[in-house]
Ligand binder design. Sequence first.
Ligand code: ATP
Length: 273
Amino acid sequence: MTMENGFIQHALHAQEQDSTQESIKVQVKNLNLFYGEKQALNSINMDIYTKKITALIGPSGCGKSTFLRCINRMNDLVQSCRVEGYIGVDGHDIYDKEIDVVAVRKRVGMVFQQPNPFPKSIYENIAYAPIMHDIVKKGKECDELVERALRGANLWDEVKDKLKDPGTALSGGQQQRLCIARAIAVEPDVILMDEPTSALDPISTEKIENLMLDLKKNYTIIIVTHNMQQAARIADYTAFFHMGNLIEYSDAKTLFVNPKEKKTEDYITGRFG
Ligand SMILES: Nc1ncnc2c1ncn2[C@@H]1O[C@H](COP(=O)(O)OP(=O)(O)OP(=O)(O)O)[C@@H](O)[C@H]1O
């Protein structure tokens, strides 16, 4: 079965399931990651739930971004990196030798810390990947998709009259929403966000946070953030990492209000980090 077919079958199956139950979108089992000799992730086990926001928090260098990048195989681009263990997206092992990495990255999109629009027009920033992946043809169909993605990222009203302007001419916050529009244009299931607001002012940050709350109606979102207030504001689930270990993972309220582990408590109360 191809990954695409598998995803469709899973989606149909998911519709048949009780919608009040949490379903697992990403399953991580015994994940170990090495950069050369150095182990950066130690035996991580984690179920990430469908259409929820999961925040990854922890002190600098604890492995949050490394873990995030495993979920769409971005670490493949790091030569010294070796991954052991299992990551399933909708039950498909994304590290399976047969799997198409391009299909994985289409299902699992990514938004980075620094907004990184292509040096192309606003329109082309959105249209490029869907045309490349044969999701739409040029013309009306593509115009509609561009509008849909920009509306989905709460950017349409601000850019609808200047779609031919360069994406790089937008403000930082608008550029980040353009990158989110670009990510959703290929209709992913999961969106990974690596500190998506850390380069933005408070007003742009609030817009992105509100956008994330909108997006989780349709997508599973996993976000790395240094900002614990942000995690507390938007996350349904939160995972606390420390020195490559997953120390505690639970619904966000429990983790912030009633953590089980002393290390978590020390971190969230600012005793280290
Ligand atoms: N490309 C790489 N090559 C070698 N080591 C790396 C690489 N990327 C990360 N590391 C190391 O892996 C560990 C985890 O780094 P990572 O960037 O995942 O942490 P982080 O929790 O996201 O940190 P920060 O919050 O500062 O971004 C660190 O010790 C880091 O130095």
